[in-house]
Design a protein around this ligand. Structure first.
Ligand code: ADP
Length: 157
C-alpha cells in the first residue's frame, strides 16, 4: 500500500490546495493531509480549526485522511509508513523554497521522495494569504476558496 503525506499550513485551505489533494489522491492508496505550523507565518486559524475545515473539504475523498502534525514532517512520514511527500508548485517563486525543503528532507530521510505537482494555470496565483486579504476587504472569494471556507474566513475577520 502506497501512502503519501501532503503537509502544509492550509490557513485556510484554498481551491489550489484542494486540486492538489484530489489529484494526489488518485496516485496513492492513501493520502494524509498534514496540518502543520509554519514558523515563518502567523496563522489565522488554530490547528483544530484547520483540521475541521480541511476534513469538510475532503469529505468526498474516501482515501484522504487529515491529521495534525508537529516537528519534522519526514519523521511523521516514517512513523506512519508513508514513502512520499507531496508539495505543490505554482510558479518559479515557489521553486526555491520548495527545493530547500525537499533537499533538507532528502538529507534527513533519503527513502522518502518528495513529489511535486504543478498547480493548474487557473490556480497558479491563488494563495491563502491572498484569500485572507480579500476577506479582510470583503471582496469576492468564490474563485479562491469554497463557500464553507469563505464563510469561516468572514466570521473570523
Ligand atoms: P506552507 O506554509 O507549508 O507553504 P501552504 O498551505 O502555504 O503551506 O502550502 C502547502 C503546499 O501547497 C506548498 O507546497 C504550496 O506550494 C502548495 N500550494 C499552495 N497554494 C497552491 C495552489 N494555489 N496550487 C497548488 N499548490 C499550492
Amino acid at each position: 500500500m502506497l501512502k503519501a503525506v501532503y503537509p502544509g499550513s492550509f490557513d485556510p485551505i484554498t481551491k489550489g490546495h484542494l486540486d492538489i489533494i484530489e489529484r494526489a489522491s488518485k496516485l496513492y492508496d492513501e493520502l494524509i493531509v498534514l496540518i502543520m505550523e509554519n514558523e515563518n507565518k502567523k496563522c489565522l486559524f488554530s490547528k483544530q480549526e484547520r483540521l475541521a475545515m480541511v476534513q469538510t473539504e475532503v469529505a468526498h475523498l474516501p482515501n484522504v485522511k487529515v491529521d495534525i502534525g508537529s516537528g519534522l514532517t519526514v519523521q511523521y512520514a516514517i512513523n506512519n509508513d508513508a514513502k512520499v511527500m507531496i508539495r505543490g508548485i505554482r510558479a518559479v517563486v515557489d521553486y526555491e523554497n520548495e527545493l530547500q525543503i525537499a533537499t533538507t528532507n532528502m538529507m534527513l530521510a533519503e527513502d522518502i521522495e518528495t513529489i511535486f505537482l504543478l498547480a493548474k494555470p487557473q490556480h497558479s496565483f491563488l494563495s491563502s494569504s491572498a484569500a485572507k486579504v480579500i476577506a479582510q476587504n470583503k471582496g469576492d472569494l468564490s474563485r479562491f476558496v469554497s463557500d464553507n471556507v469563505a464563510k469561516l474566513l468572514m466570521e473570523k475577520l
